[in-house]
Design a protein around this ligand. Sequence first.
Ligand code: PDD
Length: 280
Amino acid sequence: PVAWLNGEFLPQSEARISPMDRGFLFADGIYEVVPVFAGKPLAIEQHLIRLTQSLESIQHPNPLSIEQWTTTIEQLIEKNGGGDIGVYIQVTRGSYQKRTHQFPPLENTQPTVFMTASSLPAFSAEAIGNGFHAITSDDFRWGRCDIKSVALLGHCMLRQQSFEQDAIETLLEKDGWLTEGTSSNVFLIKDGRLLTPKADLRILNGITRQLVIDLARQADIPVEIRDIHIEALFKADEVFITSSTKDLLPIVKIDNKTVANGQPGPIWEKLTQTYQQLKS
Ligand code: PDD
């Protein structure tokens, strides 16, 4: 793929940064993933707002204006041939001559700004129609999961657990309460109502999550944004996960227990259809 690093387009394989980069040393940086369908980014404004919020949370100025981000992303999409892709964006606090935990003075550092493109995972209609398996695990991640930080070791370790069990996602539980997946948000349907955990410090407020909530409200599906006990997953009529790269995927088995009748449900079906329309 063609990447973009600190103002220049170049082949991804030629992009280089310093080992003193604070992203490398401390995971001192944030990222975004913008989904692109048929060459058109979906909800780019919301992704750029969240990027700005992540930067504010780590006391870092935004290196580009919204217009600059938008144009650069559009150019990157074009240089990668458009189609269905994910645009990955990362900003770190850059490199500094010394490894210091406190942030180095702004005037002495240049952020590292990186973008690249990758193909989106493709799920066959058959696989989606059968639904996916998930497992649950203790959410041992840090206390600021609202920041889209590149510090993802916890996420990777937890995702590895479901990977090893041939499951699509690890659904996380903090003190008995459902939080999210390792790279997705979680929704339940119970008695015709759409339930999802509230977007506090324990989860990333997914853009797909926000779009799905809006679509549900437009379709007059009652929405409850609240604490959800992990056990509620096993009593739900439907469960699905959302993310920019996976859309809405139905979960039909959790910890080897079947969700409802073990089939993707009608409300997921309706929401996923209206979500597909946003792409065109
Ligand atoms: N992950 N929660 C976590 C922890 C995530 O990492 C993601 C996305 C989501 C869903 O957010 P959105 O709908 O905005 O994609 C929720 C991206 C895709 C990733 O890490 O690749």
